[in-house]
Ligand binder design. Structure first.
Ligand code: NDP
Length: 480
Protein backbone atom coordinates (compact mmCIF):
# COMPACT_ATOMS: atom_id res chain seq x y z
CA UNK A 1 0.00 0.00 0.00
CA UNK A 2 1.28 3.43 -0.97
CA UNK A 3 2.11 5.65 2.03
CA UNK A 4 2.27 9.34 1.19
CA UNK A 5 4.47 11.58 3.33
CA UNK A 6 4.56 15.24 4.12
CA UNK A 7 7.12 17.25 2.19
CA UNK A 8 8.78 19.56 4.70
CA UNK A 9 12.12 21.32 4.38
CA UNK A 10 12.91 19.38 1.23
CA UNK A 11 12.44 15.95 2.77
CA UNK A 12 9.62 13.44 3.04
CA UNK A 13 8.43 13.02 6.60
CA UNK A 14 5.88 10.93 8.43
CA UNK A 15 3.32 12.88 10.44
CA UNK A 16 4.40 13.61 14.01
CA UNK A 17 1.35 11.74 15.32
CA UNK A 18 2.21 8.67 13.26
CA UNK A 19 -1.46 8.54 12.24
CA UNK A 20 -2.62 8.02 8.67
CA UNK A 21 -5.91 8.37 6.82
CA UNK A 22 -7.19 6.01 4.14
CA UNK A 23 -7.31 7.38 0.60
CA UNK A 24 -9.95 5.85 -1.63
CA UNK A 25 -10.10 5.38 -5.38
CA UNK A 26 -13.66 6.59 -6.09
CA UNK A 27 -14.01 4.48 -9.21
CA UNK A 28 -13.45 1.26 -7.28
CA UNK A 29 -14.30 2.20 -3.70
CA UNK A 30 -10.98 0.67 -2.61
CA UNK A 31 -8.45 2.15 -0.25
CA UNK A 32 -5.28 2.42 -2.30
CA UNK A 33 -3.08 4.67 -0.21
CA UNK A 34 -2.58 6.09 3.26
CA UNK A 35 -1.99 9.76 3.81
CA UNK A 36 -0.57 11.60 6.82
CA UNK A 37 -3.17 12.77 9.31
CA UNK A 38 -1.11 15.86 10.07
CA UNK A 39 -1.74 18.26 12.91
CA UNK A 40 -0.44 21.59 14.19
CA UNK A 41 2.98 20.06 14.95
CA UNK A 42 3.55 19.18 11.30
CA UNK A 43 2.29 22.62 10.29
CA UNK A 44 4.67 24.20 12.79
CA UNK A 45 7.61 22.33 11.24
CA UNK A 46 6.49 23.38 7.76
CA UNK A 47 6.16 27.04 8.77
CA UNK A 48 9.58 27.00 10.40
CA UNK A 49 11.12 25.51 7.26
CA UNK A 50 9.40 28.13 5.12
CA UNK A 51 10.56 30.94 7.40
CA UNK A 52 14.13 29.69 7.22
CA UNK A 53 14.01 29.47 3.43
CA UNK A 54 12.41 32.87 2.91
CA UNK A 55 15.43 35.22 3.12
CA UNK A 56 17.35 33.40 0.38
CA UNK A 57 14.37 32.64 -1.85
CA UNK A 58 13.02 36.18 -1.74
CA UNK A 59 16.49 37.53 -2.50
CA UNK A 60 16.74 35.51 -5.72
CA UNK A 61 16.07 37.48 -8.87
CA UNK A 62 12.64 37.03 -10.43
CA UNK A 63 14.39 35.27 -13.29
CA UNK A 64 16.05 32.76 -11.00
CA UNK A 65 12.82 31.97 -9.18
CA UNK A 66 11.02 31.83 -12.49
CA UNK A 67 13.48 29.28 -13.81
CA UNK A 68 12.68 26.89 -10.98
CA UNK A 69 9.00 27.11 -11.84
CA UNK A 70 9.67 26.61 -15.52
CA UNK A 71 11.77 23.56 -14.67
CA UNK A 72 8.89 22.16 -12.61
CA UNK A 73 6.53 22.82 -15.50
CA UNK A 74 8.85 20.87 -17.82
CA UNK A 75 9.00 17.98 -15.37
CA UNK A 76 5.22 17.90 -15.23
CA UNK A 77 5.16 17.68 -19.03
CA UNK A 78 7.65 14.82 -18.95
CA UNK A 79 5.54 12.99 -16.36
CA UNK A 80 2.20 13.76 -17.97
CA UNK A 81 0.95 10.20 -18.24
CA UNK A 82 1.96 9.21 -14.74
CA UNK A 83 0.39 12.32 -13.24
CA UNK A 84 -2.78 11.94 -15.31
CA UNK A 85 -3.23 8.36 -14.14
CA UNK A 86 -2.61 9.43 -10.54
CA UNK A 87 -5.20 12.19 -10.83
CA UNK A 88 -7.79 9.87 -12.29
CA UNK A 89 -7.11 7.22 -9.65
CA UNK A 90 -7.50 9.78 -6.90
CA UNK A 91 -10.43 11.76 -8.23
CA UNK A 92 -12.43 9.46 -10.51
CA UNK A 93 -12.39 11.82 -13.49
CA UNK A 94 -11.93 10.43 -17.00
CA UNK A 95 -8.28 9.86 -17.86
CA UNK A 96 -8.81 11.82 -21.07
CA UNK A 97 -9.70 14.86 -18.96
CA UNK A 98 -6.70 14.48 -16.66
CA UNK A 99 -4.48 14.13 -19.73
CA UNK A 100 -5.84 17.04 -21.71
CA UNK A 101 -6.96 19.49 -19.03
CA UNK A 102 -5.80 18.93 -15.46
CA UNK A 103 -2.14 18.07 -15.90
CA UNK A 104 -1.39 20.33 -18.89
CA UNK A 105 -3.00 23.19 -17.01
CA UNK A 106 -0.87 22.48 -13.93
CA UNK A 107 2.18 22.75 -16.16
CA UNK A 108 0.85 25.97 -17.72
CA UNK A 109 0.25 27.52 -14.31
CA UNK A 110 3.90 27.05 -13.36
CA UNK A 111 5.16 28.15 -16.76
CA UNK A 112 2.85 31.15 -16.84
CA UNK A 113 3.91 32.53 -13.45
CA UNK A 114 7.52 31.46 -13.92
CA UNK A 115 7.73 33.63 -17.00
CA UNK A 116 5.14 36.22 -15.92
CA UNK A 117 6.97 37.27 -12.80
CA UNK A 118 9.88 38.34 -14.98
CA UNK A 119 7.59 40.96 -16.53
CA UNK A 120 5.97 42.06 -13.27
CA UNK A 121 6.54 45.75 -12.70
CA UNK A 122 5.33 48.33 -10.26
CA UNK A 123 4.14 51.90 -10.71
CA UNK A 124 5.85 55.25 -10.37
CA UNK A 125 3.90 58.45 -9.77
CA UNK A 126 5.59 61.70 -10.60
CA UNK A 127 4.49 64.90 -8.81
CA UNK A 128 5.77 67.28 -11.44
CA UNK A 129 8.82 69.09 -10.16
CA UNK A 130 8.02 68.28 -6.53
CA UNK A 131 8.61 64.60 -5.89
CA UNK A 132 8.58 61.17 -7.40
CA UNK A 133 6.85 58.17 -5.86
CA UNK A 134 7.65 54.62 -6.72
CA UNK A 135 6.07 51.44 -5.48
CA UNK A 136 8.09 48.49 -4.28
CA UNK A 137 6.27 45.16 -4.22
CA UNK A 138 7.58 42.92 -1.48
CA UNK A 139 6.78 39.26 -0.94
CA UNK A 140 4.80 38.61 2.21
CA UNK A 141 6.87 35.85 3.81
CA UNK A 142 5.20 32.53 4.58
CA UNK A 143 1.82 32.03 2.92
CA UNK A 144 -0.73 29.21 3.02
CA UNK A 145 -2.32 27.68 -0.07
CA UNK A 146 -5.31 25.37 0.45
CA UNK A 147 -7.00 23.70 -2.50
CA UNK A 148 -10.03 21.45 -3.11
CA UNK A 149 -10.50 18.03 -4.63
CA UNK A 150 -12.23 18.75 -7.91
CA UNK A 151 -9.22 19.91 -9.95
CA UNK A 152 -6.45 18.75 -7.64
CA UNK A 153 -3.09 19.54 -9.25
CA UNK A 154 -4.62 22.22 -11.49
CA UNK A 155 -5.81 24.34 -8.53
CA UNK A 156 -2.90 23.46 -6.26
CA UNK A 157 -0.40 24.84 -8.78
CA UNK A 158 -2.68 27.79 -9.61
CA UNK A 159 -1.99 28.99 -6.07
CA UNK A 160 1.55 27.94 -5.32
CA UNK A 161 2.96 29.17 -8.65
CA UNK A 162 2.22 32.91 -8.14
CA UNK A 163 3.04 32.65 -4.43
CA UNK A 164 6.49 31.23 -5.15
CA UNK A 165 7.09 33.41 -8.19
CA UNK A 166 6.51 36.52 -6.10
CA UNK A 167 9.17 35.40 -3.63
CA UNK A 168 7.10 33.86 -0.84
CA UNK A 169 7.67 30.51 0.80
CA UNK A 170 4.65 28.28 0.91
CA UNK A 171 2.92 25.89 3.24
CA UNK A 172 0.31 24.09 1.17
CA UNK A 173 -2.40 21.53 1.69
CA UNK A 174 -4.22 19.62 -1.02
CA UNK A 175 -7.59 18.12 -0.19
CA UNK A 176 -7.26 14.98 1.89
CA UNK A 177 -9.53 13.30 -0.67
CA UNK A 178 -7.14 13.95 -3.57
CA UNK A 179 -3.58 14.27 -2.26
CA UNK A 180 -1.73 12.07 -4.71
CA UNK A 181 -0.61 14.47 -7.42
CA UNK A 182 0.54 17.02 -4.82
CA UNK A 183 2.74 14.26 -3.42
CA UNK A 184 4.13 13.54 -6.88
CA UNK A 185 4.72 17.25 -7.37
CA UNK A 186 6.85 17.20 -4.22
CA UNK A 187 8.98 14.49 -5.83
CA UNK A 188 9.36 16.69 -8.89
CA UNK A 189 10.41 19.62 -6.65
CA UNK A 190 13.28 17.48 -5.40
CA UNK A 191 14.20 16.62 -9.00
CA UNK A 192 14.01 20.29 -9.99
CA UNK A 193 16.39 21.20 -7.17
CA UNK A 194 13.94 23.57 -5.53
CA UNK A 195 15.67 24.81 -2.37
CA UNK A 196 14.52 23.11 0.83
CA UNK A 197 11.70 24.83 2.67
CA UNK A 198 10.54 26.97 -0.25
CA UNK A 199 7.49 24.77 -0.78
CA UNK A 200 6.17 22.57 2.02
CA UNK A 201 3.23 20.22 1.54
CA UNK A 202 1.30 19.09 4.57
CA UNK A 203 -1.35 16.42 4.09
CA UNK A 204 -4.35 15.89 6.28
CA UNK A 205 -7.83 17.11 7.04
CA UNK A 206 -9.11 20.63 6.69
CA UNK A 207 -10.34 21.07 10.25
CA UNK A 208 -7.00 19.87 11.64
CA UNK A 209 -4.07 20.58 9.30
CA UNK A 210 -5.87 23.26 7.25
CA UNK A 211 -7.11 25.12 10.29
CA UNK A 212 -3.64 25.00 11.90
CA UNK A 213 -2.20 26.66 8.78
CA UNK A 214 -4.82 29.41 8.88
CA UNK A 215 -4.37 29.99 12.61
CA UNK A 216 -0.57 30.14 12.54
CA UNK A 217 0.55 33.69 13.36
CA UNK A 218 3.52 33.51 10.99
CA UNK A 219 1.33 32.73 7.98
CA UNK A 220 0.79 36.13 6.42
CA UNK A 221 -1.73 35.30 3.73
CA UNK A 222 -4.16 32.52 2.89
CA UNK A 223 -5.13 31.60 -0.62
CA UNK A 224 -8.08 29.24 -0.40
CA UNK A 225 -10.31 27.53 -2.93
CA UNK A 226 -13.19 25.47 -1.64
CA UNK A 227 -16.69 25.65 -0.30
CA UNK A 228 -18.38 28.84 0.88
CA UNK A 229 -18.93 27.53 4.43
CA UNK A 230 -15.24 26.66 4.78
CA UNK A 231 -14.40 30.10 3.37
CA UNK A 232 -16.46 31.70 6.14
CA UNK A 233 -14.63 29.68 8.80
CA UNK A 234 -11.27 30.71 7.39
CA UNK A 235 -12.32 34.35 7.14
CA UNK A 236 -13.32 34.29 10.82
CA UNK A 237 -9.87 33.00 11.74
CA UNK A 238 -7.96 35.36 9.48
CA UNK A 239 -9.80 38.63 10.15
CA UNK A 240 -8.58 39.39 13.69
CA UNK A 241 -5.04 38.52 12.61
CA UNK A 242 -5.29 40.88 9.59
CA UNK A 243 -4.08 38.22 7.19
CA UNK A 244 -4.45 38.79 3.48
CA UNK A 245 -7.16 36.55 2.17
CA UNK A 246 -8.06 35.27 -1.26
CA UNK A 247 -11.20 33.14 -1.27
CA UNK A 248 -12.43 31.30 -4.34
CA UNK A 249 -15.68 29.70 -3.27
CA UNK A 250 -18.77 28.01 -4.60
CA UNK A 251 -20.90 28.77 -7.64
CA UNK A 252 -24.37 28.19 -9.05
CA UNK A 253 -23.80 29.33 -12.55
CA UNK A 254 -26.36 30.14 -15.21
CA UNK A 255 -26.16 29.26 -18.88
CA UNK A 256 -28.37 31.88 -20.55
CA UNK A 257 -29.51 30.85 -24.01
CA UNK A 258 -31.35 33.20 -26.38
CA UNK A 259 -33.36 31.97 -29.35
CA UNK A 260 -30.93 33.54 -31.84
CA UNK A 261 -27.95 31.48 -30.65
CA UNK A 262 -25.81 29.25 -32.84
CA UNK A 263 -27.87 26.18 -31.97
CA UNK A 264 -25.41 23.32 -32.48
CA UNK A 265 -22.56 25.07 -30.75
CA UNK A 266 -24.82 26.08 -27.87
CA UNK A 267 -26.20 22.59 -27.26
CA UNK A 268 -22.81 20.92 -27.29
CA UNK A 269 -21.14 23.52 -25.06
CA UNK A 270 -24.07 23.71 -22.62
CA UNK A 271 -23.74 19.93 -22.31
CA UNK A 272 -20.05 20.18 -21.59
CA UNK A 273 -20.62 23.04 -19.13
CA UNK A 274 -23.21 20.96 -17.32
CA UNK A 275 -21.42 17.64 -17.02
CA UNK A 276 -17.66 18.12 -17.43
CA UNK A 277 -15.81 16.48 -14.54
CA UNK A 278 -19.20 15.00 -13.44
CA UNK A 279 -20.43 18.55 -12.84
CA UNK A 280 -17.76 19.05 -10.18
CA UNK A 281 -16.26 22.27 -11.48
CA UNK A 282 -17.06 25.49 -9.69
CA UNK A 283 -17.69 27.02 -13.15
CA UNK A 284 -20.16 24.39 -14.36
CA UNK A 285 -23.41 25.78 -15.75
CA UNK A 286 -25.99 23.96 -13.66
CA UNK A 287 -28.97 26.22 -14.38
CA UNK A 288 -29.78 26.32 -18.07
CA UNK A 289 -32.11 29.19 -18.95
CA UNK A 290 -33.58 29.00 -22.45
CA UNK A 291 -35.66 31.63 -24.26
CA UNK A 292 -39.12 30.12 -24.64
CA UNK A 293 -39.35 29.93 -28.46
CA UNK A 294 -36.25 27.70 -28.43
CA UNK A 295 -37.06 25.77 -25.26
CA UNK A 296 -38.61 22.59 -26.68
CA UNK A 297 -36.10 22.25 -29.47
CA UNK A 298 -33.19 22.81 -27.10
CA UNK A 299 -34.60 20.37 -24.55
CA UNK A 300 -34.99 17.61 -27.12
CA UNK A 301 -31.47 18.04 -28.52
CA UNK A 302 -29.90 18.39 -25.08
CA UNK A 303 -31.56 15.26 -23.70
CA UNK A 304 -30.56 13.30 -26.78
CA UNK A 305 -26.94 14.17 -26.14
CA UNK A 306 -27.15 13.52 -22.42
CA UNK A 307 -28.21 9.97 -23.22
CA UNK A 308 -25.00 9.54 -25.22
CA UNK A 309 -22.75 10.56 -22.33
CA UNK A 310 -21.14 7.29 -21.37
CA UNK A 311 -20.65 6.83 -17.66
CA UNK A 312 -17.81 4.36 -17.28
CA UNK A 313 -14.50 3.31 -15.84
CA UNK A 314 -12.52 6.57 -15.90
CA UNK A 315 -9.42 4.72 -17.06
CA UNK A 316 -11.19 3.62 -20.24
CA UNK A 317 -10.90 5.79 -23.32
CA UNK A 318 -14.61 5.79 -24.18
CA UNK A 319 -15.83 7.07 -20.81
CA UNK A 320 -17.19 10.59 -20.97
CA UNK A 321 -18.12 10.65 -17.29
CA UNK A 322 -16.30 8.97 -14.44
CA UNK A 323 -17.01 8.55 -10.73
CA UNK A 324 -17.98 11.20 -8.24
CA UNK A 325 -15.18 11.97 -5.86
CA UNK A 326 -16.42 10.15 -2.75
CA UNK A 327 -19.31 8.20 -1.32
CA UNK A 328 -20.20 11.11 0.95
CA UNK A 329 -20.34 13.44 -2.01
CA UNK A 330 -22.37 10.96 -4.05
CA UNK A 331 -24.91 10.82 -1.21
CA UNK A 332 -25.02 14.61 -1.05
CA UNK A 333 -25.80 14.82 -4.75
CA UNK A 334 -28.39 12.04 -4.48
CA UNK A 335 -30.05 13.99 -1.66
CA UNK A 336 -30.35 16.95 -4.02
CA UNK A 337 -31.97 14.71 -6.62
CA UNK A 338 -34.54 13.68 -4.02
CA UNK A 339 -34.99 17.33 -3.04
CA UNK A 340 -35.60 18.37 -6.64
CA UNK A 341 -38.40 15.80 -6.82
CA UNK A 342 -39.85 16.96 -3.49
CA UNK A 343 -39.79 20.51 -4.81
CA UNK A 344 -41.96 19.44 -7.73
CA UNK A 345 -39.33 19.06 -10.43
CA UNK A 346 -39.92 16.77 -13.40
CA UNK A 347 -37.06 14.33 -13.87
CA UNK A 348 -36.28 14.34 -17.60
CA UNK A 349 -33.39 11.91 -17.51
CA UNK A 350 -30.96 10.25 -15.09
CA UNK A 351 -31.37 10.44 -11.34
CA UNK A 352 -29.99 6.99 -10.54
CA UNK A 353 -26.73 5.66 -9.21
CA UNK A 354 -24.88 3.60 -11.81
CA UNK A 355 -23.62 0.19 -10.78
CA UNK A 356 -20.74 -1.04 -12.91
CA UNK A 357 -19.46 -4.53 -13.42
CA UNK A 358 -15.88 -5.65 -12.80
CA UNK A 359 -13.26 -3.47 -11.16
CA UNK A 360 -15.62 -0.51 -10.75
CA UNK A 361 -18.46 -2.48 -9.11
CA UNK A 362 -18.16 -0.46 -5.90
CA UNK A 363 -17.48 2.92 -7.52
CA UNK A 364 -19.45 6.12 -6.95
CA UNK A 365 -21.09 6.62 -10.33
CA UNK A 366 -24.20 8.65 -11.06
CA UNK A 367 -26.23 9.20 -14.20
CA UNK A 368 -26.21 12.68 -15.69
CA UNK A 369 -29.47 14.14 -14.45
CA UNK A 370 -31.78 16.82 -15.86
CA UNK A 371 -34.84 18.40 -14.25
CA UNK A 372 -37.38 20.93 -15.45
CA UNK A 373 -40.42 22.59 -13.95
CA UNK A 374 -38.70 24.07 -10.90
CA UNK A 375 -39.03 27.72 -9.88
CA UNK A 376 -35.87 29.79 -9.96
CA UNK A 377 -36.27 30.46 -6.23
CA UNK A 378 -36.24 26.85 -5.00
CA UNK A 379 -33.32 25.25 -3.19
CA UNK A 380 -32.42 23.06 -6.17
CA UNK A 381 -32.00 26.20 -8.24
CA UNK A 382 -30.17 28.27 -5.65
CA UNK A 383 -27.87 25.90 -3.77
CA UNK A 384 -24.64 24.50 -5.12
CA UNK A 385 -25.03 20.78 -5.88
CA UNK A 386 -21.57 20.30 -7.42
CA UNK A 387 -22.52 17.16 -9.32
CA UNK A 388 -24.06 16.02 -12.62
CA UNK A 389 -27.46 17.57 -11.94
CA UNK A 390 -28.85 20.45 -13.99
CA UNK A 391 -32.18 22.20 -14.38
CA UNK A 392 -33.80 23.63 -17.49
CA UNK A 393 -35.90 26.78 -17.18
CA UNK A 394 -37.68 28.72 -19.92
CA UNK A 395 -37.78 32.53 -19.89
CA UNK A 396 -39.71 35.11 -21.90
CA UNK A 397 -37.73 38.33 -21.60
CA UNK A 398 -34.17 39.44 -21.07
CA UNK A 399 -35.19 40.94 -17.71
CA UNK A 400 -36.65 37.63 -16.62
CA UNK A 401 -33.47 35.80 -17.62
CA UNK A 402 -31.39 38.23 -15.60
CA UNK A 403 -33.68 37.90 -12.58
CA UNK A 404 -33.34 34.13 -12.68
CA UNK A 405 -29.62 34.16 -13.31
CA UNK A 406 -28.89 36.62 -10.50
CA UNK A 407 -31.21 34.97 -7.99
CA UNK A 408 -28.55 33.15 -5.93
CA UNK A 409 -26.12 34.02 -3.20
CA UNK A 410 -23.35 33.04 -5.61
CA UNK A 411 -21.75 35.10 -8.36
CA UNK A 412 -18.93 33.13 -9.92
CA UNK A 413 -19.55 32.57 -13.63
CA UNK A 414 -22.19 32.67 -16.33
CA UNK A 415 -22.38 32.06 -20.05
CA UNK A 416 -24.55 33.92 -22.55
CA UNK A 417 -25.56 32.49 -25.90
CA UNK A 418 -26.74 34.91 -28.59
CA UNK A 419 -25.72 36.26 -31.99
CA UNK A 420 -26.83 39.78 -31.01
CA UNK A 421 -23.66 41.58 -30.05
CA UNK A 422 -25.41 44.44 -28.32
CA UNK A 423 -27.47 42.11 -26.22
CA UNK A 424 -24.41 40.05 -25.35
CA UNK A 425 -22.69 43.10 -23.86
CA UNK A 426 -25.87 44.35 -22.20
CA UNK A 427 -26.64 41.04 -20.52
CA UNK A 428 -23.01 40.36 -19.59
CA UNK A 429 -22.77 43.70 -17.80
CA UNK A 430 -25.92 43.02 -15.77
CA UNK A 431 -24.98 39.52 -14.69
CA UNK A 432 -23.78 39.46 -11.11
CA UNK A 433 -20.79 37.22 -11.67
CA UNK A 434 -17.05 37.60 -11.74
CA UNK A 435 -16.74 35.82 -15.10
CA UNK A 436 -19.04 35.94 -18.13
CA UNK A 437 -18.45 33.87 -21.23
CA UNK A 438 -20.24 34.80 -24.44
CA UNK A 439 -20.78 31.95 -26.89
CA UNK A 440 -18.19 29.83 -25.11
CA UNK A 441 -17.44 28.26 -21.75
CA UNK A 442 -14.27 27.63 -19.78
CA UNK A 443 -12.10 29.42 -22.29
CA UNK A 444 -9.34 30.64 -20.01
CA UNK A 445 -6.62 33.20 -20.51
CA UNK A 446 -4.41 33.01 -17.44
CA UNK A 447 -3.81 36.76 -17.54
CA UNK A 448 -7.45 37.60 -16.80
CA UNK A 449 -8.87 38.20 -13.31
CA UNK A 450 -10.45 35.02 -12.01
CA UNK A 451 -12.93 34.90 -9.16
CA UNK A 452 -16.44 35.57 -8.00
CA UNK A 453 -18.68 38.18 -6.44
CA UNK A 454 -21.24 37.79 -3.65
CA UNK A 455 -20.66 34.55 -1.73
CA UNK A 456 -18.46 33.12 -4.47
CA UNK A 457 -15.45 34.74 -2.96
CA UNK A 458 -13.19 37.62 -2.16
CA UNK A 459 -10.36 38.79 -4.39
CA UNK A 460 -9.18 37.63 -7.77
CA UNK A 461 -6.60 35.15 -8.95
CA UNK A 462 -4.78 35.08 -12.28
CA UNK A 463 -2.21 37.33 -13.96
CA UNK A 464 -1.10 40.45 -12.14
CA UNK A 465 -3.98 40.07 -9.66
CA UNK A 466 -2.32 37.00 -8.18
CA UNK A 467 1.14 38.54 -8.10
CA UNK A 468 -0.31 41.63 -6.43
CA UNK A 469 -2.10 39.47 -3.87
CA UNK A 470 1.11 37.71 -2.95
CA UNK A 471 3.05 40.97 -2.51
CA UNK A 472 2.69 44.03 -0.30
CA UNK A 473 3.08 47.41 -1.97
CA UNK A 474 5.33 49.98 -0.34
CA UNK A 475 5.36 53.54 -1.62
CA UNK A 476 8.63 55.45 -1.52
CA UNK A 477 8.26 59.21 -1.94
CA UNK A 478 11.37 61.19 -2.87
CA UNK A 479 11.28 64.96 -2.64
CA UNK A 480 13.07 66.52 -5.54
P1 NDP B 1 -13.92 22.33 1.10
O1 NDP B 1 -14.23 23.73 1.48
O2 NDP B 1 -14.52 21.24 1.89
O3 NDP B 1 -12.35 22.06 1.16
C1 NDP B 1 -11.41 22.82 0.43
C2 NDP B 1 -10.06 22.69 1.10
O4 NDP B 1 -10.13 23.30 2.39
C3 NDP B 1 -9.65 21.24 1.35
O5 NDP B 1 -8.25 21.15 1.24
C4 NDP B 1 -10.09 21.02 2.77
O6 NDP B 1 -9.42 19.98 3.38
C5 NDP B 1 -9.75 22.37 3.39
N1 NDP B 1 -10.48 22.70 4.61
C6 NDP B 1 -11.66 22.21 5.05
N2 NDP B 1 -11.98 22.78 6.24
C7 NDP B 1 -10.98 23.64 6.56
C8 NDP B 1 -10.72 24.53 7.65
N3 NDP B 1 -11.55 24.66 8.67
N4 NDP B 1 -9.61 25.27 7.63
C9 NDP B 1 -8.75 25.18 6.59
N5 NDP B 1 -8.92 24.35 5.53
C10 NDP B 1 -10.02 23.60 5.51
O7 NDP B 1 -14.26 22.22 -0.43
P2 NDP B 1 -14.21 20.92 -1.32
O8 NDP B 1 -12.87 20.28 -1.26
O9 NDP B 1 -15.42 20.13 -0.98
O10 NDP B 1 -14.34 21.53 -2.79
C11 NDP B 1 -15.55 21.81 -3.37
C12 NDP B 1 -15.87 23.29 -3.24
O11 NDP B 1 -14.86 24.07 -3.82
C13 NDP B 1 -17.14 23.66 -3.99
O12 NDP B 1 -17.94 24.50 -3.20
C14 NDP B 1 -16.62 24.42 -5.19
O13 NDP B 1 -17.51 25.33 -5.72
C15 NDP B 1 -15.42 25.07 -4.63
N6 NDP B 1 -14.52 25.46 -5.70
C16 NDP B 1 -14.38 26.78 -6.02
C17 NDP B 1 -13.59 27.18 -7.07
C18 NDP B 1 -13.40 28.62 -7.40
O14 NDP B 1 -12.45 28.92 -8.09
N7 NDP B 1 -14.25 29.52 -6.95
C19 NDP B 1 -12.88 26.19 -7.88
C20 NDP B 1 -13.08 24.84 -7.46
C21 NDP B 1 -13.88 24.50 -6.41
P3 NDP B 1 -10.02 18.50 3.35
O15 NDP B 1 -10.64 18.26 2.04
O16 NDP B 1 -8.84 17.68 3.54
O17 NDP B 1 -10.99 18.44 4.46
Amino acid sequence: MLHLQNYINGTFLAPVSGAYLPNINPATGEVYSQIPDSDERDVQAAVEAAQAAFPAWSAFSAEKRGRFLIKLSELIDQNLERLAKAETTDNGKPLSLSRTVDIPRASSNLYFFGTGVQHFASEAHSMEGVAVNYTVRKPLGVVACISPWNLPLYLFTWKIAPALAAGNCVVAKPSEITPYTAHLLAELCVEAGLPAGVLNIVHGTGPKAGAAMCEHPEVKAISFTGGTQTGKTIARTAAPMFKKLSLELGGKNATVIFADCDFEKTVSTALQAAFANQGQICLCGSRILVERPLYDRFKAAFLERVKNLTVGDPMEEGSRMGALVSEVHLQKVQNYIALAQEEGGTLLTGGERVYMKGRCANGYFLQPTVFEGLPHTCRTNTEEIFGPVVTLMPFDTEEEALTYANYTQYGLAASVWTQDLTRAHRVAHQLQSGIVWVNTWLLRDLRTPFGGTKQSGVGREGGWEALRFFTDPQNVCIKL
